[in-house]
Write a protein that binds this ligand. Structure first.
Ligand SMILES: Cc1ncc(COP(=O)(O)O)c(C=O)c1O
Length: 397
């Protein structure tokens, strides 16, 4: 049977993530991927985690294999709170929920708040996973341009003024995906001021905040919020392992209690085994030391990428951001309007990059931008990948 005739309205316009589509084409081992968002697997603490998992299954099989509570294993909640406290993102009276990845927290926050036709203000461009989650609630996405120091707050105020029915501002203020940019303290204060003035909720998505390799930390939006209107999404994906699917939501109980109910419907709870593994890992090892190793490696990889870009990109033809942390770099080619032919030619040369339109609200409008990832490939592959990309850009620009 062909089910298309039965599709719900909300899934008809949905398209699979272009990045995931690209993964399918990337089965060829010769392709160098600068496209995905995977953390560096060479640093995964595989030995440590395999010993922890083995011991847990031997000594606590019931705990590890039985159903757990929806809000998360209590000690895992403590671990999430410990991480959040480091950036003042947990306040007395807040509720913390363990999520099956931050993705689930973002999706369920929208599910709890957004009716069909409501509006969500998002950064333009923004994280494809969240945009796709929001789209399934049949809301309207209102884009606000991201600059080198974060969202343009004048445009944000215009968007709030001109759009009735905005309930939520979604932002990735630190090492944004895809631009790598970080919102300045001044803009963070302004965003909170505007959220208070126009009485909207804020969803602060911060999976990359721990990955700073240069510059100074900037306070989280959650730490600047005095009215409890910021919902904070954190993740262990980029500081421990994305495959363990551990994220968290911290916020006012009036929203978190509803998210908890939605999670119960959604997946009952996050797998106990990976929660227990994370708790044991954080008990036995210093996770900050592990994160510091990641930070150091990403700093080196980012520098290798920008050095190669300086060397191989056609001079003056590509503008790009130089991030102070995180895993992405954002490039713009002002002399062309559409990057798609460049992306195709890159694949012929066996290097994968993501075209910018995928991160925009209107994914069908051509974009002259593209995203590069420097966390997952080795330094040698980054250099070779950028060399191949440089050849294509020299040919096309
Ligand atoms: C901005 C942003 N938010 C959330 C996520 C999802 O994280 P998780 O693996 O915890 O679901 C990602 C993953 O790439 C991301 O880039």
């Amino acid at each position: 049977m062909d089910f298309t005739k039965f599709y719900a309205d909300r899934v008809v316009p949905m398209k699979g993530s272009a990045i995931r589509e690209m993964f399918k084409r990337m089965a060829d081992p010769e392709i160098i991927s600068l496209a995905g968002g995977n953390p560096a697997s060479e640093l995964f603490p595989g030995d440590e985690l395999s010993k922890i998992a083995g011991k847990l299954l031997m000594t606590s099989p019931t705990l590890a294999l039985q159903y757990g509570t929806t809000d998360g294993y209590p000690k895992m909640r403590d671990c999430a709170i410990e991480r959040a406290k480091k950036v003042n993102a947990y306040k007395d009276g807040d509720m913390a929920l363990i999520m099956t990845g931050a993705n689930q927290g973002i999706d369920l926050t929208a599910k709890a708040l957004i009716n069909k036709g409501d509006k969500i203000i998002v950064e333009s461009p923004s994280f494809i996973g969240s945009l796709n989650a929001f789209r399934t609630y049949e809301c309207e996405l209102v884009g606000v341009k991201v600059e080198a120091d974060g969202m343009n707050t004048e445009a944000l105020e215009e968007a709030l003024k001109n759009n009735d029915g905005v309930k939520l501002i979604y932002t990735i203020p630190t090492f944004q995906n895809p631009t790598g940019s970080t919102m300045s303290l001044e803009k963070r204060k302004k965003l909170i001021e505007l959220a208070n003035k126009y009485d909207v909720a804020v969803l602060e998505d911060n999976p990359y905040g721990d990955l700073r390799f240069s510059g100074e930390d900037v306070p989280t939006l959650k730490s600047l919020d005095t009215e409890g209107r910021v919902i904070y999404a954190g993740s262990f994906s980029k500081i421990l392992s994305p495959g363990m699917r551990l994220g968290y939501i911290i916020g006012d109980p009036s929203i978190c209690s509803k998210i908890e109910m939605l999670k119960q419907v959604n997946d009952v709870h996050t797998p106990m085994l990976t929660q227990l593994m994370c708790v044991e890992f954080m008990k036995k090892y210093d996770i900050d030391k592990y994160i510091a190793k990641n930070r150091e490696l990403y700093g080196k990889k980012c520098a290798a990428m920008t050095e190669a870009m300086e060397k191989y990109f056609p001079a003056g033809k590509v503008k790009y951001t130089v991030p102070e942390g995180g895993i992405f770099l954002w490039c713009e080619c002002p002399t062309i309007t559409d990057i798609a032919p460049v992306v195709d030619k890159c694949l012929e040369k066996k290097v994968a990059i993501v075209p910018g339109n995928n991160f925009e609200i209107d994914i069908n409008a051509p974009s002259n931008k593209f995203r590069l990832n420097y966390s997952s490939a080795t330094i040698e592959k980054i250099t070779e990948g950028v060399r191949r990309l440089g050849e294509v850009l020299t040919e096309c620009l």
